[in-house]
Write a protein of this length. Structure first.
Length: 64
């Protein structure tokens, strides 16, 4: 998964990821749990750095 590459990148400040909507739509799927966990860890890490993660999709479905 490219999420681990984002946290290790030293020079690139902005990252655009597409195609995560199936994982975000059904976060309780046992196959998706590691990806959701990695995304949460990355979000926590990015708040301490000046990096930006942009997630794009053709649909907008945000879980409560």
């Amino acid at each position: 998964m490219p999420l681990s590459h984002i946290s290790k990148s030293g020079t690139l400040p902005i990252f655009v990821i597409r195609g995560l909507h199936p994982f975000l739509k059904n976060p309780h799927n046992p196959h998706y749990i590691p990806i959701i966990r990695e995304l949460k860890n990355l979000a926590r890490e990015l708040t301490r750095t000046r990096k930006i993660l942009i997630i794009i999709s053709h649909t907008l479905e945000i879980q409560p």
